[in-house]
Write a protein that binds this ligand. Structure first.
Ligand code: ATP
Length: 598
């Protein structure tokens, strides 16, 4: 990144945060900045009132004494009121902006139509660091307010100093090294934070593994406690080492900057004492400079600290803006999606390679999925079946080749619209711990306004038995972690996931990626029988294509055509009878499984 683009991006970060504050709470945003500025001015004026009092006492004149006393009292009262109001405005602003930022990120991340961003380790680190830095992020606006207050105080102090002797303006120059140091140290912290993101994610993954029911089972059975702890400690040791080194380096730089300033401070006090001695300044002015020089010291250490913290919080804000960019720009294509499939989906020379993988997961896939057909995909573990399913759903984009829907390239259609026309059930389905009704209705959230549709979907998924076993039917809360929540077996969860996939009445593409792996073979067989029948109706209505991934050949044989994948390529393609007749890989696998059941 060039220096120029870094500056531009910082400006963008600041304007984004200010815009966010404005959207979150206008009144609190304005009040926070105005009150912080007023507070800074009243503080700088303490020295001035002291000058009037000291000069009044020294010359025996009541006017400056009165001005100083009244000004001092007003300043004290004003700063108390301003500090109270400012803190309230800031805390309101902080809460409201934090909520808004989290809501925006949640929206962006879940709205991104492809999965690539979620699976890229770099983006995962970014997202994770963003979540961990929630506290830093909530500090961005308070820090900016503080920075504004410090700037106002610096200007007011400088004006008062010039009134006594312009030479005194040299004092803040001695503060420049401290300020430069603050940039340096913030860079040190940012780098160490970036390097610590991966071990931090690993540490959290380990905690999650031992705490979640799935992981906890295996950790106990395989006696992995010590191993988990060892890995956790290693990750934490790495994080501590990185942070410790950064803190030491930053402390060294800060000390050097502070020493330069102290030299300047001593020189300015000496200058004013000399002027009082030769009669060019009053004792009141000497008192004013002593107070101001002290304040400058506080301002310098304060402002470099505020600047460092501001920069650190801006790093978190920068991540927020980058995540916005990353996920916000993920959508592509604007062409409409056909209402009804006339010809079907064609894959031409389609290859897909995961980010960082040595081999492509799919290579030169050339196949047609005719409208209205049911297609099964079989193949050994890792053959590329799920990858193909995700490509069809538009969750990944091919690294090479093209997928067309009725001749329209999937890359140029509006992806979210295509995904509206796709329904799917996966083996690794989500477990939405909501009410049963909601968990199923999520499959067609815009149209699921009656229980009838949900019951119908449960019926088509052969999942009504799940419902009858639940204490409150559709109103049952799922997940034992919630009040009155009920946990389900793996197969019951899977049936609900299938019911969710059945919610869309006429999807153009129904993807079933081993959705029934946890069900017994007979139930799967019955389910697929019902789907093929339903698919015949859908064929008329929407030209729907059903794609099923399964390892069970008794189910697979019912499909119109079968694609046999082997190490990312199509080894065979045809109907059950054709493939058996060919006596190739499919026939071998089919006979192997059939003989196991004999
Ligand atoms: N997110 C990922 N990142 C990198 N590589 C991946 C990812 N997902 C899958 N792969 C790799 O891509 C290849 C194909 O995986 P895929 O999940 O498509 O296989 P599959 O045929 O569905 O396997 P299974 O029957 O075990 O579900 C495998 O070699 C796998 O290791």
């Amino acid at each position: 990144m060039t220096e120029n683009s870094r500056r531009t991006s910082r400006r963008r970060v600041i304007t984004t945060m200010l815009r966010l504050a404005w959207q979150a709470d206008r009144a609190a945003a304005v009040l926070a900045f105005v009150l912080a500025g007023l507070g800074a001015i009243t503080q700088s004026f303490y020295g001035l009132w002291l000058k009037f009092i000291v000069d009044g006492i020294h010359t025996g004149s009541p006017l400056p004494l009165g001005v100083g006393a009244v000004g001092g009292v007003v300043s004290i009262a004003a700063s108390v009121a301003v500090a109270y109001g400012g803190q309230r405005a800031q805390s309101r602003l902080r809460d409201h902006t934090r909520y808004l930022m989290n809501a925006q990120i949640l929206n962006l991340v879940s709205a991104a139509p492809t999965l690539e961003l979620h699976e890229n380790p770099h983006h995962l680190n970014e997202l994770h660091a963003f979540q961990r830095e929630g506290h830093q992020l909530s500090q961005v606006l308070p820090r900016m307010v503080e920075l504004c207050a410090v700037t106002v105080q610096i200007v007011t102090t400088a004006v008062l100093m010039v009134l006594v002797d312009p030479l005194l303006l040299a004092l803040p120059l001695f503060a420049v090294p401290s300020l430069l140091v603050s940039f340096k140290t913030s860079r040190i912290f940012r780098d160490s934070g970036r390097r610590a993101a991966e071990p931090a994610r690993l540490a959290e993954h380990l905690v999650e593994l031992t705490a979640t029911p799935g992981g906890a089972k295996e950790v106990r059975l395989f006696r992995l406690q010590a191993e988990m702890l060892r890995r956790f400690q290693r990750a934490h040791h790495q994080i501590r080492r990185l942070h410790g080194r950064a803190q030491l380096q930053a402390a060294g730089w800060s000390l050097a900057g502070r020493l330069v300033f102290i030299a300047g401070y001593i020189a300015s006090i000496a200058l004013v004492v000399r002027q009082v001695t030769i009669g060019e300044a009053t004792i009141g002015e000497a008192a004013l400079i002593a107070v101001l020089a002290g304040q400058v010291l506080g301002l310098v250490s304060g402002s470099s600290e505020v600047l460092q913290l501001t920069i650190r919080s801006l790093v978190a804000a920068d991540r927020f803006v980058r995540l916005q960019d990353l996920f916000g720009h993920a959508a592509r294509g604007h062409r409409p999606v056909p209402q009804r499939l006339e010809h079907g989906i064609s894959l031409r020379n389609v290859s897909y390679q995961y980010d960082g993988a040595a081999q492509p997961a799919l290579e030169e896939i050339d196949v047609d999925l005719p409208a209205g057909s049911t297609i099964a995909i079989v193949g050994e573990n890792g053959a590329g079946k799920s990858t193909l399913v995700k490509l069809l759903a538009g969750l990944y984009s091919p690294t090479n080749g093209s997928i067309t829907i009725d001749g329209e390239d999937l890359g140029s259609v509006e992806l979210t619209r295509w995904q509206h026309r796709v329904s799917a059930a996966f083996q690794d389905h989500a477990r939405f711990e909501f009410l049963v009704r909601e968990t199923v209705a999520l499959g067609d959230i815009e149209n699921a306004d009656t229980d009838l549709l949900v019951l119908d979907a449960l019926e088509r998924a052969a999942a009504t038995d799940v419902l009858s076993a639940l204490p409150r039917g559709l109103d049952t809360q799922l997940g034992s972690g919630w009040p009155a929540g009920v946990d389900l077996s793996g197969g019951q969860w899977q049936k609900l996931a299938i019911a969710r996939a059945m919610m869309r009445p006429a999807p153009a593409l129904l993807l079933l990626d081993e959705p029934s792996a946890a069900l017994d073979p007979e139930t799967e067989h019955r389910l697929f029988e019902a789907w093929t029948q339903a698919a015949h109706h859908l064929r008329e209505r929407a030209g729907s294509i059903t794609v099923l991934v399964s390892h069970r050949f008794s189910t697979v044989r019912m499909a119109d055509s079968i694609i046999v994948l082997q190490r990312g390529t199509i080894a065979e393609h045809g109907s059950h009878e054709e493939l058996l007749h060919k006596n190739g890989l499919y026939a071998e696998l089919f006979n192997l499984q059939a003989s196991a059941y004999r």
